[in-house]
Design a protein around this ligand. Structure first.
Ligand code: CMP
Length: 138
């Protein structure tokens, strides 16, 4: 059993894609054990993407992630981390496989609709960054 963080980013929320993303998660058989909408502050977004702080796209990424509300989710299931990443597709929508969320809905490498943790240690960090234990209904 694995646990991972899923985010519908501000572009996905603004484009009315929350339902489509949730539908794909549920159809995949992953269990949503926590979910809330949050408009990230600058410091919350900077902290979340701290590992990317030296990248040239960092400021733009933080601007984008604070441009409107996100939907934050915790997903549970066997192999939840790679299964959610497979549903998302590659970071760059032009490189994402057909049928993935990013290929179907993203408009660019930054505005790529969704986020997912990439490994068990980052998943644990990211889930705990946004949710306390009592907010997760497992
Ligand atoms: P995400 O999976 O949330 O992880 C880091 C984010 O940075 C990524 O999705 C994109 O939104 C963004 N990102 C990654 N690479 C680039 C890039 N080359 N240019 C702009 N944004 C990027």
């Amino acid at each position: 059993m694995q646990r991972t963080l899923a985010i519908v980013k501000p572009d996905g929320v603004a484009s009315g894609l929350i339902g489509e993303v949730v539908k794909r998660i549920e159809q995949e058989g992953l269990r949503i054990v926590a979910m809330r909408m949050e408009h990230l502050t600058r410091s919350k977004a900077e902290g979340f993407y701290y590992v990317h702080r030296s990248r040239p796209f960092f400021n733009s990424l933080v601007e984008f992630m604070t441009s409107g509300p996100c939907v934050l989710m915790v997903l549970d299931g066997p192999e939840a981390i790679p299964r959610w990443r497979a549903l998302m597709g590659a970071t760059d929508p032009q490189k994402a496989a057909p049928g993935t969320i990013r290929r179907d809905m993203a408009t660019g490498i930054e505005r790529n609709v969704v986020h997912g943790s990439d490994a068990p240690d980052t998943a644990s960090y990211e889930v705990n960054y946004f949710f306390t234990g009592t907010q997760i209904s497992s």
